[in-house]
Design a protein around this ligand. Structure first.
Ligand code: PA5
Length: 442
């Protein structure tokens, strides 16, 4: 559900009536794929129309990896990384690798160019049985391609070329790209990133599903949750929570807010917030438009960013994600001496204390001039997360069309790549290289 708190002090109401026709048009574009970037709206009906045969292969590959590997190395960046990490952290734990469990450790690499970070994972898998899932829709992204060279070599050294073949899973385009050609010539098992699903909308394809299933998450329930929200979102009205969220954030943007802070009181949500930042940042941030998506973790950040939020420049609004009740209910122990004066909390659950912190923060921030939206899930199961993922995706598509941008392209991410290729001496970039080097020399 999506709620707002005392919004009338920030927005001229009612905005629903004015926005409804525009939202309806945005909705129709998403449903029919007739808007800008419509060729990338395959995710809209994916929870209903996904490839069942491939889904069964994902489950089978996950069982095989769980049976023969103590670790899975997941190689990917951006949309080929954040969703899987977000879901695994949220549903299994941010301390997943440290937990006692009967599923493999999962290491994410190829999402940067740090030698130390990659070297550490090479060391961590040196003495264990491991498999690799290399994920790249284009099959040509530099960071994962470089990482894959290292981990493929490590696998081949340990198991030989034949043995490594059984341990490499490539998730990529069905026909194009260097990774697909390599996979075909080497005989690795492949999974498909559908043509009509862009990277940041791909968590519910093999991109996210294989690592998530290896971690022991029920991916059938995840898809069912997404399908439920998909059904809810077929309704073209403000009863759809994505409509309410898209409308309010758009009106706040028009009223001068330029930053949306996604806040959550669960550290397990950290990488879901990273996924959300990519989803909205890459979808909306173009043509000089768009809210800047940022995230905070409460209550930790109330002791750092809290000062700015309460009293700094009035730039932002807050969207607070409230997950359903914690799995474990810890209560504060009583202490006869009460030296710390905390006996007034004895017997109270941490959830109860957190809820009071949440309410106190909501009141304080609203009073301080920061509008607050609340996105609530009823629980924290795979189905709840599936619903939340689809809700954000749908709201993001609607938001892009309200802003009048193409929510499915990312022309801006090419600029750094071209410079990097030129500076690295990639064939074909010679002219640019000379220009850039002279600029760097100043
Ligand atoms: O959303 C996107 O399209 C990007 O973040 C991509 O997912 C990212 O650049 C990785 O691309 P690829 O999967 O082609 O390696």
């Amino acid at each position: 559900d999506v709620k707002s708190f005392q919004l009338q002090s920030f927005l001229p109401l009612p905005y629903e009536e004015v926005l409804a026709p525009r939202l309806k048009r945005a909705h129709e574009k998403l449903q029919s794929g007739s808007g800008a970037g419509g060729e990338f709206t395959g995710w809209v009906h994916l929870p209903r129309d996904y490839d069942r045969e491939e889904f069964a292969r994902i489950q089978a590959a996950a069982s095989r990896i769980r049976a023969n590997s103590q670790a899975l190395v997941v190689i990917g960046i951006g949309g080929s990384y954040l969703g899987a990490r977000g879901v695994i952290d949220c549903l299994r734990s941010p301390n997943y690798n440290l937990k006692r469990k009967d599923t493999p450790n999962i290491y994410f690499v190829g999402n940067g160019l740090s030698s130390d970070a990659m070297g550490e994972v090479l060391d961590l898998v040196a003495d264990v049985d491991f498999s690799v899932n290399v994920i790249s829709k284009s099959g040509t992204t530099t960071e994962p391609a470089v990482a894959f060279r290292f981990f493929r070599a490590a696998l081949e050294k340990k198991y030989g070329r034949e043995g490594a073949r059984e341990r490499i899973y490539a998730t990529t385009d069905k026909a194009r790209g260097a990774l697909k050609s390599l996979a075909d010539s080497e005989g690795w098992e492949t999974f498909v990133v559908p043509d009509d699903v862009g990277g940041r909308y791909s968590v519910l394809t093999a991109v996210g599903l294989l690592p998530i299933a290896v971690a022991g998450v029920d991916i059938t329930a995840l898809m069912q949750g997404a399908a439920e929200m998909m059904e809810t979102c077929t309704e073209a009205s403000f009863r759809c929570p994505a409509w309410r969220y898209a409308a309010i954030r758009y009106e706040l943007y028009r009223a001068g807010r330029s930053i949306e802070l996604l806040a959550c009181y669960d550290p397990a949500f950290r990488f879901m917030a990273e996924w959300w930042k990519q989803l909205f940042g890459e979808s909306e941030g173009k043509e000089g438009k768009g809210l800047f998506p940022a995230s905070v973790e409460f209550t930790a950040d109330l002791h750092s960013m809290g000062q700015y939020i309460q009293e700094g420049k009035r730039l932002m609004f807050e969207t607070v994600v409230r997950l359903g009740p914690s799995d474990r209910q810890l209560t504060v122990p009583a202490d006869e001496a009460d030296g710390d004066g905390l006996n007034f909390l004895a017997g109270k659950s941490l959830d109860f204390i957190r809820d009071r912190a949440m309410e106190g923060t909501l009141l304080a921030h609203t009073e301080g001039g920061v509008p607050n939206l609340i996105v609530e899930t009823s629980g924290r199961t795979p189905a709840d997360l599936g619903q939340l993922i689809y809700f954000f995706e749908y709201a993001c598509g609607l938001s892009g069309y309200l802003l009048d941008v193409n929510p499915f392209d990312q022309p801006g991410v090419e600029a750094y790549k071209k410079n990097m290729f030129a500076l690295l001496g990639k064939p074909g970039y010679e002219d640019r290289r000379a220009q850039l080097e002279s600029k760097l020399e100043g």
